[in-house]
Design a protein around this ligand. Structure first.
Ligand code: DC
Length: 333
């Protein structure tokens, strides 16, 4: 036996509103849990004490839930509780996964159940991806590295040897075989069936990604993929235009930045640790060039969304940035 919880609010206490709300709540619970009505043993409703017009249990019976045991009760008057709210508890047999359903203003009662997206934008080397990975782990949600997707496009264009122009790249994008897969929670970028997660980190691919990502055909294709992934589950996405363009309605938006030399030193260390021999001065110039490319391109340039919280990470450790973001998110909910 499993118990499924749900709640919904009404705007005014009248019979029609109660019936509509119960109908909507029951339909949503049935759909979300793939329920067979015969498997519902009992539904217990409770209403806040400001609802007098109709029994939710009667509304459920009218809505076709007539076989199971139905019951309505009134809740105690709790100071500050959500007004005009109908709650339900379904006891069900033969159900596997349980999805509780909180609708309308009642969605605020269980923010932990709501799907949400965190947008982390900012220039190269600002620490976004490390922060994003830690946040994803902490909130137990998916991390989508959108830069990796543009890097994969760049790799494909480099391999094809065509000039970085819309008319040459468009056919490549139309036929692109790119998949973002997750193995033990970490993102793998698969191009033409080959795992290119390492290859896309090469310095020449970084520069090419900045150029390729300015093309409209590339952005359109990647944004479509990113929106689809983000619509299916809660995730943290890092990139350049997540808060401004890909997910303008993301619940939490941050703009992570840092001084360009600090960023160059971080990339230098990262590449050295991976065994690449790099020159710091050249790396700094490249970072400045990529900043320029990314922020001046015509189509969805790197820009802080008006409603994003800006964090300059120049003098912070990664842990400090994560703590700050976690605190901001807690303040916002
Ligand atoms: O974050 P990164 O360095 O892996 O990104 C590689 C390039 O892709 C970067 O120069 C800009 C581009 N990019 C973008 O234009 N939009 C995104 N959402 C993510 C990356």
């Amino acid at each position: 036996m499993k118990a499924i919880r749900g709640a919904i609010t009404i705007d005014q206490d009248n019979a029609e509103n109660v019936k509509d709300a119960v109908f909507e709540l029951m339909n949503e619970i049935v759909q979300k849990n793939n329920l067979n009505k015969e498997n519902i043993v009992s539904i217990i409703f409770s209403t806040t004490s400001d609802i007098h017009s109709f029994y939710p249990a009667k509304a459920a019976r009218e809505a076709g839930f007539s076989e199971c045991a139905l019951f309505s009760a009134v809740e105690p008057e709790i100071t500050g509780s959500l007004p005009l709210c109908i709650r339900a508890m379904l006891l069900c047999e033969n159900t596997e996964k349980v999805s509780h359903v909180y609708l309308r203003r009642a969605a605020n009662l269980r923010k932990d159940l709501a799907k949400f997206n965190i947008a982390l934008d900012g220039p190269s080397g600002s620490g976004k991806s490390t922060v994003a990975k830690l946040l994803a782990k902490e909130f137990d949600i998916l991390y989508l590295d959108t830069g990796a997707m543009y890097r994969a496009c760049a790799l494909k264009v480099l391999e094809s040897g065509v000039p970085n122009e819309e008319k040459f790249v468009k056919p490549i994008m139309d036929a692109l075989d790119l998949k973002v897969l997750y193995v033990n929670g970490s993102q793998h970028t698969v191009l033409d069936g080959k795992d290119v997660s390492e290859a896309i980190r090469r310095p020449e691919v970084s520069m090419a990604a900045s150029a390729v990502s300015a093309l409209k055909c590339v952005r359109e294709k990647m944004v479509e993929m990113q929106r689809k992934i983000a619509s299916e589950q809660s995730c943290v996405l890092d990139g350049r235009d997540i808060g401004t363009y890909v997910l303008p309605d993301a619940q939490f938006k941050f703009y992570i930045t840092a001084d360009s030399m600090v960023r160059a030193k971080r990339r230098f260390k990262e590449l050295q640790e991976k065994g690449y021999s790099v020159d710091l001065k050249k790396l700094h110039e490249e970072i400045q060039q990529r900043d320029y490319n990314d922020s001046t391109r015509e189509f969805s340039p790197l820009r802080k969304a008006d409603d994003a919280v800006e964090i300059d990470t120049s003098s912070y450790t990664i842990e400090e940035v994560v703590t700050l973001i976690r605190k901001k998110i807690q303040e916002m909910v």
